[in-house]
Design a protein around this ligand. Structure first.
Ligand code: GDD
Ligand code: MG
Length: 329
């Protein structure tokens, strides 16, 4: 069967202060009526089964957003590499001959998605390679992975190289050279993932899972994303180019790409702010009345009892706020 594996264990630090450690972004409605996780699960209807992967701290929250999904809770939060190996291992126990399609739960996605996922799953089943999905870049974003496409095989292209989150200058070069953004979605059979993971920093976990030693495996494995651990070193991977509307709601500047602005380019999530002589700002609130006067290109967020102000172009640096606050605690 086709199994959608929804990733919902991240902390979404760049969307502070709406996203907090006990209530990360996948549980928030950002731009829609339902949470990002509920949207993702609804979108996963193309699959025969939906499995949600999360870390222990969020285990009890999943049912509110995905009541019918199978939930797989990794024993320790070690980023997406270990999480995906563990969840795929569990899927192989639960279902016969599964093809897994991985879906992050922090994306805004347009029409044409289901067909593209089905195509990727077919390529994964037919070729037994790791399949990534490639989006045509529209800017040199350093928050994404970049894929160099190789030979054209019809339904897919060979994946010639994968570079996770290059610096801005390198990203700009990749865009010029026709690289694709990694959509963060993948398709694979368990065999394809496990054989790639054996040649990766994830190997201690693979060995341990085979021996039924899950906790020991998680203690031994390093915290690393699937992109660094597996995709950057995958020998024969494929990329399926996709053309649906796609955005990672990773940082506050992303809101202006999914919410329509006023005539001055100001975008608002939540209460209607007052803009006086202000242009191209992003405002997000959960109730506070926010007013901006004479400023432009800012993101201003008022959530709970917290306020954040950042130039949109520096929105990636918000993660630094979260680590400083953590150090103070
Ligand atoms: N179960 C589990 N456990 N899920 C996790 C964990 C974890 O420890 N950490 C993160 N996740 C989930 C997040 O909730 C999200 O749905 C997904 O995994 C991806 O994590 P992000 O932290 O959002 O990754 P990213 O956006 O920085 O980068 C990835 O996605 C980009 C596209 O959106 C990479 O794959 C990039 O290469 C890609 O371009
Ligand atoms: Mg993301």
């Amino acid at each position: 069967p086709l199994v959608a594996l929804v990733l919902a264990g991240g902390t979404g630090t760049r969307l502070y202060p709406a996203s907090r450690s006990d209530r990360p972004k996948q549980f928030l409605p950002l731009g829609g009526d339902r949470s990002l996780l509920a949207e993702t699960v609804a979108r996963a209807g193309f699959a025969d089964h939906v499995v949600v992967s999360t870390r222990p701290a969020f285990a009890d929250d999943i049912a509110d957003h995905a009541p019918d999904a199978e939930v797989v809770v990794e024993p320790a939060a070690k980023d997406t590499g270990p999480a995906l190996v563990y969840a795929t291992h569990r899927i192989a126990e639960l279902y016969d001959d599964p093809v897994v399609v991985v879906l992050p739960s922090d994306h805004h996605v347009g029409d044409g998605f289901a067909e593209a996922m089905a195509r990727g799953a077919r390529v994964a089943a037919d070729t037994d390679s790791l399949v990534a999905f490639g989006v045509e870049p529209t800017r040199p974003d350093d928050g994404y992975g970049y894929i160099e496409p190789g030979a054209d095989r019809g339904d897919y292209r060979d994946l010639a190289a994968f570079h996770e989150k290059p610096d801005a200058e390198t990203a700009a070069r990749y865009v010029d050279e026709g690289y694709l953004w990694n959509a963060g979605m993948f398709a694979w059979t368990p065999e394809a993932l496990f054989s790639a993971a054996r040649d990766s920093p994830l190997f201690p976990l693979i060995d341990a899972l085979d021996d039924g030693e899950t906790d020991a495996g998680f203690a031994a494995v390093e915290a690393v994303s699937i992109d660094y651990a597996v995709m950057e070193r995958a020998a024969d991977a494929a990329v399926v180019p996709v053309h649906f509307e796609w955005d990672d709601l990773g940082s506050w500047d992303a809101l202006e790409r999914i919410i329509d602005g006023d005539e001055d380019g100001n975008v608002a999530l939540g209460d209607d702010p007052v803009f006086v002589d202000a242009a191209d700002n992003v405002v997000a609130t959960d109730g506070a009345s926010v007013s901006l006067v004479g400023v432009s290109d800012l993101a201003v967020v008022a959530w709970d009892d917290r306020v954040l102000v950042v130039p949109k172009e520096k929105a990636q640096q918000v993660r630094e706020v979260v680590s400083r606050l953590k150090r103070k605690e």
